[in-house]
Design a protein around this ligand. Structure first.
Ligand code: GAR
Length: 207
């Protein structure tokens, strides 16, 4: 089977990137990570990419005169590697409209909660799990969704529930959710690799 050419964008530790790379290596994901980009020079994700011989790029606003120049650098890097699908994995910068347009229905994000709850600007990482616990939720979960021009508002592709336990702290809940993230992101990417996803309005049909 032809391997889907994926770029992963990440700002942090990169455990989702690591699980995606592992799945490409053990054959559960028919894809190849052809590029990793981070806005943070010290991101663990860049280190993971280098250790796997994947091109690793640091791109951030300060390196460029204008936001448009930064967009061009992204688009050039994607073109150079013939990127077919972009996976955001803990990438904390907003993606510009021009890039979203270019990769319409071909850009995914993973969010560690059941959207549309606990999403939006400023909702990332441990803050999400704190908010879930503060609200008193009995379940939380994971959403893999398409990226559109607002924060966390794109069409959901896959969602999975995770129980909230009585003695949970943000860190323990985050760990339980992260375990599911590592599985569900690979599953969602495989659906794209097998060309099984059809978008009809806001509905996703899995063929
Ligand atoms: C993940 O939990 C991901 O869902 C979250 O950041 C973490 C990155 O972890 N993303 C967001 O909160 C986006 N709103 P990782 O670097 O270990 O993959």
């Amino acid at each position: 089977m032809k391997l889907l050419r994926v770029a992963v964008l990440a700002s942090g530790t990169g455990t989702n990137l690591a699980s995606i790379l592992a799945a490409t290596q053990n054959g559960t994901l028919s894809a190849r990570v052809v590029l990793v980009v981070s806005n943070k020079v010290e991101a663990g994700a860049l280190e993971i990419a280098r250790n796997s011989n994947v091109p690793a790029l640091h791109l951030s606003r300060e390196q460029f005169e204008s936001p448009e120049d930064l967009d061009q650098a992204f688009l050039c890097a994607f073109k150079e590697q013939n990127v077919e699908l972009i996976a955001l994995a803990g990438y904390l910068k907003k993606i510009s409209s021009s890039i979203i347009r270019e990769y319409k229905h071909r850009m995914l994000n993973i969010h560690p909660a059941l959207l549309p709850s606990f999403g939006g600007k400023g909702m990332y990482g441990i803050k999400i799990h704190q908010a879930v616990l503060d609200y008193g939720c009995k379940v939380s979960g994971v959403t893999v969704h398409l990226v559109d021009e607002d924060y966390d508002s794109g069409i959901p592709i896959l969602q999975r529930c995770v129980p909230v336990e009585q003695d949970d702290r943000p860190k323990t809940l985050a760990a339980r959710v992260l375990e599911q993230e590592h599985k569900i992101y690979v599953e969602a990417l495989q659906l794209f690799a097998e060309n099984k996803i059809e978008i009809r309005g806001r509905q996703v049909v899995i063929n």
